[in-house]
Design a protein around this ligand. Structure first.
Ligand SMILES: Nc1ncnc2c1ncn2[C@@H]1O[C@H](COP(=O)(O)OP(=O)(O)OP(=O)(O)O)[C@@H](O)[C@H]1O
Length: 362
């Protein structure tokens, strides 16, 4: 009879401290620090070339960092070779052995186990990822989504302390990707896996991970729960990388009596609901999320005139691309149900200024 799936968490805490790495003198990763608590998922997010894959290679042991330390649980693994780290890997292109069946692929990393235990573990993993009917198929006889589930099962079979996934769902179409993301999170929660997922896709990162680690030019710009990075981005880079934001250039016109006043490039003024945290004459950027833009067909106090360039429905939402005061592109999102009649071309725009963020002008 099959053994029940262990309920004790598999995963251990990962702690990366002060890690830097250069390739032939070019700095790829610069003083990176983060902790992924046992049983949780973190996503490393950032533009191409920011150092995501280098960080993964350092964590799994394929690359020794020039400086810094990697701990898995209470073990310093900085000098431990990859095969002794108990780290599983899943790649974008599945990387299954093409000449081996599904069952043989999953059994691959279990050569140290007695035969019977190996057979049981393979059966257990195939049941967990619902692949039992495919045990004797070759990878090429399966769909992309099924192959990726084999890759996940193969990586989990040796019960790794940590699972690293490099763009695991990028090759799949949108709806299959969403299904696999959901399935993976369920699996991760039920087995208590500690995982790091590397992705370009900020929506994927936000929907899968409990912690985002946003990298840029080899450094961590900010890390924390997705909602914290979305609501309180530390800087303009994070603000633009996690979620959409429109940017309005302004100068601080008044900052002395508690309520700040901004002057936009057009000369219009915006009365802020509280202190702005900048001295007068500072050049700043006001970052506005689309859901914090309100549109009206007729003027309201403090509203700015805008032209509606494009309005497109997105499910129950309406996305409006606007040109505010003839110059600044601004995106607005509203519930379609709240828009009783079609808006005119010329609209009046106001912002939920208590929710907008101000950053120093770059
Ligand atoms: N083996 C290597 N030799 C020299 N430079 C490298 C090597 N691997 C990566 N780099 C450089 O290090 C930097 C970080 O690369 P890395 O692959 O970690 O970025 P990434 O964020 O994973 O990018 P992508 O999303 O495009 O995969 C880049 O400037 C890259 O050109």
């Amino acid at each position: 009879m099959e053994k029940p799936v262990s309920t004790s968490p598999l995963g251990q805490t990962l702690a990366v401290s002060g890690v830097s790495h250069s390739y032939a003198g070019a700095q790829a990763v610069d003083d990176v620090n983060f902790v992924v608590p046992a049983g949780s998922i973190a996503a490393i997010l950032g533009p191409s070339g920011c150092g995501k894959s280098t960080m993964l290679r350092i964590v799994c042991g394929l690359l020794r960092p020039g400086v810094g330390k990697v701990m898995i649980g209470d073990r310093d693994v900085t000098d431990v070779p990859a095969r002794e780290r108990k780290v599983g890997m899943v790649f974008q292109n599945y990387a299954l052995f093409p000449h081996m069946t599904v069952a043989e692929n999953i059994a691959y990393g279990l050569s140290g186990l007695p035969r019977e235990e190996r057979r049981e573990r393979v059966a257990q993993m195939m049941s967990i990822v619902r692949l039992e009917p495919f045990a004797n198929r070759l990878p090429r006889q399966m769909s992309g989504g099924q192959q990726q589930r084999v890759a996940v099962a193969r990586a989990l079979a040796p019960r790794p302390a940590l699972l690293l996934l490099d763009e695991p769902f990028a090759a799949l179409d949108r709806s299959l990707r969403a299904d696999l993301q959901f399935e993976f999170v369920q699996l991760q929660r039920s087995l208590g896996i500690t995982a790091i997922i590397v992705t370009h896709d900020q929506e994927e990162a936000q929907s899968v991970a409990e912690q985002l680690i946003v990298m840029n030019k080899g450094r961590v710009e900010q890390s924390g729960p997705p909602a914290e990075l979305y609501d309180k981005p530390a800087n303009l880079f994070v603000n633009g990388f996690v979620g959409h934001a429109s940017l309005l250039k302004a100068t601080v016109a008044r900052a002395d009596d508690g309520n700040g006043l901004l002057r936009l490039a057009s000369g219009s003024q915006l009365a802020m609901p509280g202190p702005v945290g900048f001295v007068p004459t500072s050049d700043v950027v006001l970052a506005v999320r689309p859901e914090h833009v309100k549109l009206a067909a007729s003027p309201t106090p403090g509203a700015l005139l805008a032209k509606r360039v494009l309005s497109v429905p997105l499910g129950h939402l309406m996305v409006h691309d606007l040109l505010v005061e003839g110059a600044t592109p601004v995106r607005a999102i509203a519930d379609r149900a709240s828009e009783s009649a079609e808006l005119p071309r010329d609209v009046f725009v106001s912002f939920a200024l208590d929710r907008c963020r101000l950053f120093p002008a770059p």
